[in-house]
Write a protein that binds this ligand. Structure first.
Ligand code: C5J
Length: 223
């Protein structure tokens, strides 16, 4: 086992034990990162998110090399939409709604091509994939129980989008007592202003929700 590691971060150094830390990749799905999916149907420019892919690929490779627990999440719903609240279905004026057939399959439906994780970050054997109906990873999933069973106390959080599923998950995790480090270049937003402010919100007030660091500083800390 490896001794605790320290990452230069905001608002101050983040120290973690790799044995009790998970790398979490939130919703790096075709539906959010590629044209023709849910994100674009809501009027977003998906190219805004694609800058996260290369840094996250490097972090994922490094995490695998040191044997960190790796957990992927996917936002999505059952084919019969029984886990989709009407409030979520009807919100906004999307060109394609959840469950409609788009160019990559039914939008945000489990098992569809578009709902799956992008090829660049595809999970490998031994990595868990949490399907979640909400924005946060804890809501209506086995994520919390999985962390408890594995003795995980710290989360290195990446994925999309910064101010929606990343923030919701970090806030849920923080209230449950987890220490969260958000990697600034491995999280992405469709809105540059939200990206900047969402990261500020995590580290403000002495780290009200957690820590923020660029992935280079995590990579520098890994053995
Ligand atoms: C959104 C997400 N933005 N994964 N989902 O609807 O952040």
């Amino acid at each position: 086992s490896i001794a605790p590691l320290t990452v230069s971060a905001r608002p101050y150094d983040f120290t973690f034990d790799p044995a009790t830390t998970a790398l979490v990749l939130i919703d790096m799905q075709r539906d959010f990162l590629e044209p023709g999916g849910f994100g674009e149907s809501l009027g977003n420019d998906v190219s805004q998110l694609r800058g996260t892919i290369e840094p996250l690929r490097a972090v994922l490779a490094a995490a695998r090399a040191v044997g960190l627990t790796v957990i992927h999440t996917r936002e999505g719903h059952l084919p019969d939409l029984s886990d989709l609240p009407p409030a979520k279905l009807h919100r906004g004026n999307a060109t394609l709604r959840i469950g409609d057939v788009g160019p990559k399959g039914r939008i945000l439906i489990r098992g569809e091509y578009g709902q799956d994780i992008i090829d660049e970050l595809a999970p490998i054997d031994g990595e868990s994939v949490i399907d979640k109906p909400g924005k946060g990873a804890f809501h209506a999933t086995a994520f919390g129980d999985m962390l408890t069973a594995r003795g995980i106390t710290s989360l290195i959080v990446t994925g999309v989008t910064t101010e929606v599923c990343v923030h919701t998950t970090v806030r849920e995790a923080n209230d449950r007592g987890y220490e969260c480090l958000v990697l600034s270049d491995c999280v992405g937003s469709y809105f540059p202003e939200f990206q900047r402010v969402a990261l500020e919100m995590v580290a403000a007030q002495g780290g009200i929700f957690g820590w923020v660091a660029p992935s280079a500083d995590l990579l520098a800390a890994l053995p």
